[in-house]
Design a protein around this ligand. Sequence first.
Ligand SMILES: *[C@@H]1O[C@H](CO)[C@@H](O)[C@H](O)[C@H]1NC(C)=O
Ligand SMILES: *[C@@H]1O[C@H](CO)[C@@H](O)[C@H](O)[C@H]1NC(C)=O
Ligand SMILES: *[C@@H]1O[C@H](CO)[C@@H](O)[C@H](O)[C@H]1NC(C)=O
Ligand SMILES: *[C@@H]1O[C@H](CO)[C@@H](O)[C@H](O)[C@H]1NC(C)=O
Length: 493
Amino acid sequence: MRSRSARDKPVIKLLKRCLLSNPSQILHFMYCSSCCRRTLLLGAVTLLLIYIVWIFLSGDHYVSTKHEASHYWCGYGPAMSDFVPKQRPMYETEDYPPNVSYAYRNQWVGFPDMEQVDCNQAFNSSVKNNWFPQTVPRIFPHQFKAASANCNEFIRDFGFLRYPKVSEEEENFPLAFIVLFYKDLDQVLFLLRAIYRPHNVYCLSVDTKSSVEFLDAVRSVSKCLPNVFVASKLESIVYAGFSRLMADINCMEDLLQHPIKWKYVVNLPGQQFPLRSNLELVKIFQLYNGANDVEGITGKRMMAMRFMWRHDYVTNNVTGDVRLVSSGIKNRPPPHGIDIVKGSAYGTFSRDFIDFVINHQIAKDFLEWCKTVLSPDEYFWATLHHSKVVNVPGGYTGVPDTKPWLSTYASWGGGGDPCATIRIRSVCIFSPEDLPLLINRKEMFANKFYITHHPAVLHCLDQLLYNVTFSGSTRDLKQYQDLPFALKTSLKL
Ligand SMILES: *[C@@H]1O[C@H](CO)[C@@H](O)[C@H](O)[C@H]1NC(C)=O
Ligand SMILES: *[C@@H]1O[C@H](CO)[C@@H](O)[C@H](O)[C@H]1NC(C)=O
Ligand SMILES: *[C@@H]1O[C@H](CO)[C@@H](O)[C@H](O)[C@H]1NC(C)=O
Ligand SMILES: *[C@@H]1O[C@H](CO)[C@@H](O)[C@H](O)[C@H]1NC(C)=O
């Protein structure tokens, strides 16, 4: 079919003629003309090479260096076939770093629907909850899924780059955060945005009992944020059960392998909210000097029945619910002569401590022992941190109960702590009337908030935190100096 005259004519001219006269002839021509066949082949090979180099450069190739990609790429499930290189979001340079008026105009601070709320009123001690809107429009998982289909738009619309560029001090002191949740993705992302910085790292642990759509939306959102990932192993969380502890441990294993060399990790439930800016956290953790910040309770408040007796998992064969019941059989004593100390499930942990927890045999043995304990998350961290038997990194061997604990403020019923509205399982759910109290706390986070319960409290805390961050100022750092648990000798961090 190849015409002799065609070979003699300049290819371009021929192509032009071919296209003009009969576009369908073009492929036929290119294939039949031997010169074009070579060019085509060369082009295809070049494109393939460029594609391979591009994948290598743009994909997160560090993943496959030491660890199995399938393990690290938590977010994408265990099968290699699920592996998708993370698309790096491209930021509109003129949007970043923003300025205050630009951020407010784009409704990146607080809830867009509470724009009219005067937060300065909220910090006045005579604040009343009924001065504020009682609800905020919800954003549902399917909406986040749709919005995150375009990462640039998602990041812009939801204000994930609303803060100014991080300072060098913060950049040299990256933090890791673990967020555990099973519902209210809008509240979780409101929290995530408050603590989000491009140089930190965030592990999301979602209860596997949440719906497929929910988990799908979480994965979709996390794909847009290069330093946010879903834990490689998710747990079905049983109330007061061992799986709650494992959710944190799984994230910590992932975080230790992550290329961002974070110095401290803070674990949070989706219902906490920060009281300090990232810069303040960094400055406070530097004062800790390698020490962990873990609560410690001994004596009568330890609820010893929870670990003296073995607890078994019992499945309700009608509802399918799993719960823990005391078996009436005594637990064997803790391994290695460790003394049990109670504390919160939440804390601030140095990298060295987490390395010990994940890799040291004594920590592994103690974790195994915790399997039959009721609420083991309230014993595991506190016991290791306060152990006199094992010299754990960043630990504390003084009297646990007298040591301050600054990670999280919760207002417990019975503890004499005030609460403006309701308590659920003894813990206050904060509202604007609690704000004058909250802003004077020295803890770094507060627990709990419900997006459905006076959400203006979240709106105003977010605004306060945003303004503090933007100003680059730090508040009352003096009160963190000379903490009894801070390490005296300078540790290499
Ligand atoms: C704030 O930032 C926006 C977007 O970058 C810019 O257009 C605007 O001029 C800035 N305003 C001020 C006062 O710097
Ligand atoms: C607090 O609110 C009261 C009553 O609205 C007002 O009289 C007072 O000036 C306010 N205080 C501050 C510091 O804004
Ligand atoms: C459900 O559990 C009860 C005891 O708790 C048992 O008697 C009953 O046979 C069980 N039903 C089924 C369908 O397994
Ligand atoms: C934060 O800054 C904005 C803009 O300057 C201001 O309107 C708002 O009242 C401030 N809010 C708080 C809580 O500081």
